[in-house]
Design a protein around this ligand. Sequence first.
Ligand code: PMP
Length: 423
Amino acid sequence: MKTERTHRYAGWTAQLKESEIRRLLRYNPPYYFAGGKPGALPLRVMSSILEKIISEELTGKSEIDSTPVFDYGPSEGIPELRQVLGERLRLRDGIPLVKGEEFKEVIITTGSQQAVYGVLDAMLNPGDTVIVPRPAYLGFLGVAVKLGANIVSIPTDDRGIIPEGLNQAFELLERRGESLPKLIYTVPFSDNPKGASLSLHRKKEIFNIAEQWGALLIEDAAYKEIRYGSAREKPLDPIKKLDKENTRVAYINSSSKEAAVLRLGYSVLPSPLNDFVIKAKGFYDLCTPSITQKIALHYYRDHIDSILPRIADMYEKRAIAMKKAVDEFLVGSRTDPEGGFFVWFSSENENLNTTELLDDALKAGVLYVPGSAFYPTTGIALKEDLSGFAPCRTNFNEIRLSYSTSRPEDITKGIEILGNLLA
Ligand code: PMP
């Protein structure tokens, strides 16, 4: 007789909800301020690259043939692309890589999200502690929780993570006799979700704290190339530049905002973490598609510096429209991003619940991500006055507003509608 049996799934499937952002990506209302999707893509450049690949790699082949661009490649990525990216990181961003051998240190992943997953997968056992800014990028929080990490969140202000809080968290945990955090997560350039950027001074402080306490510092540079106005003249100064021996900082970057969503990330990781991540990548997907790596090779070698300023100009106009509309129609405070895709709005009304309001907003044609999505729902939180820890807590009166995909006039109209809803 057949017995009724159900499958016994892994614990995380019940514990973790679908990411709020994944869920919201399904909607496409007229005023879309939700996902951090690139709304300015180098389409002509991409089509010329595709034509070039066709003529160089596919023309002259027989009807059924083989070619490296449609074949498996090394798990760590194709050497030519790793070299181009490595040279760029050394020459432009000052990341200390050995001249002529840059490719050895750069690894390619399928999206930088895969590097985030791989680094955490290689570092964490269940119960290990990680430090995150509060609020933090959802795609980091979800992975950390899935892998059973104990989350400690520390306060941020409009300029990102507060170094004194970071140090205090380590000190308090040590005093309590608890195991120390293995890693710290940061997004130094126009971060997700606040749009905040770390000053060079803060970067140095954070690097020194990581050194002092022996923690791995994850530097997620996803938005570093999207910069506006005078911010564009400043040197980039990634934290990784300070990591002369390549021992402290896991530098992770993405092509998604600076090229296109090719699902291609590139990282410089200390050794042997890079080997562990590549080993893990072999388990996830064997290798990143060769065709997208080839596209990225052409883009980063021949086009990025001429097209990116035009793309950033387009985002800047949208950022200006968003800031102006928030100031005009919403009551509260907002961040002032010098790049990236997001403005973070905090309502003056502390009882406002932007999570509950989302359905009404959608009915009115406006989609945003409620700030609550970026607060960890497990672990502990260092209090705002840094005096001690409290159970994790979520703020409900905040909103992440993405302006990357909307025209300025739609931003103005959509925020006006939102302002009427919040009033
Ligand atoms: N880090 C941050 C801060 C992000 O905002 C994102 C995408 N929204 C990623 C990493 C992942 O980027 P991708 O996988 O497209 O490279």
